[in-house]
Design a protein around this ligand. Structure first.
Ligand code: ADP
Ligand code: MG
Length: 193
């Protein structure tokens, strides 16, 4: 999103959004009171089910911009991936996974799987078998799990490309294209950079 775009002041407060109760109550403890610009401009649209492309600088709060509305759509009783986030590096994948876990702290039964290269498959298979509703990973490893059928995307509600420009710069286009071919047509798509 463009930094010069005027923010609708009606949308500045998280509490005015139809986020789930568990999320709203937790935002207080995270000290998230009002939305950042990229959140005000993208979060309500994602919550409404729209596909979104957003661009904002580092530190502007993009993780919550997609993480909060996506978590709001997750049914923790369904123990299958409902949100998948693609990130360019292991470090970024771990950061996003950690942030999502902190947002969803009050969501009973929420499990987040972090899938990246350079780690053995065993622990990652376990995270998936235990019924992770959120999967965060690097493109190559996500692709490997899809090939091995340890990752299934039939119930995926939201798919996010985080740091999309960086993933393309790193030569992940083919892996991402292949992975997106396995995402159901009904899945909501979000692209952040
Ligand atoms: P980006 O992905 O845009 O670089 P992050 O999602 O990593 O940014 O967020 C940067 C920091 O800002 C994090 O520490 C996050 O907890 C904090 N943050 C995000 N949104 C808010 C908010 N609405 N209020 C207060 N802090 C926020
Ligand atoms: Mg980020």
């Amino acid at each position: 999103m463009n930094d010069t775009t005027k923010v609708d002041t009606h949308l500045e407060k998280f509490s005015e959004l139809s986020l789930s109760k568990e999320l709203i109550s937790n935002l207080e403890s995270l000290k998230y009171h009002s939305m950042t610009q990229v959140q005000a401009e993208s979060l309500p649209h994602i919550l409404q089910g729209k596909d979104v492309i957003a661009q904002a600088k580092t530190g502007s709060g993009k993780t919550a911009a997609f993480g909060l509305p996506a978590l709001s759509k997750i049914d923790t009783n369904i123990r299958k991936p409902q949100l998948m986030v693609l990130a360019p590096t292991r470090e970024l994948a771990m950061q996003v996974a950690e942030a999502i876990e902190s947002f969803g702290k009050n969501m009973k039964g929420l499990r987040v799987a972090t899938l990246y290269g350079g780690q053995s498959y065993g622990p990652q298979f376990q995270q998936l078998e235990r019924g992770a509703q959120v999967v965060v990973g690097t493109p190559g490893r996500l692709m490997d799990h899809l090939r091995r059928k340890s990752l299934k995307l039939n119930d995926l509600k939201v798919c996010v490309l985080d740091e999309a420009d960086e993933m393309l710069n790193m030569g992940f286009l083919e892996d991402i294209t292949w992975t997106l071919d396995h995402v159901p047509d009904t899945t909501q798509m979000c692209l952040f950079s």
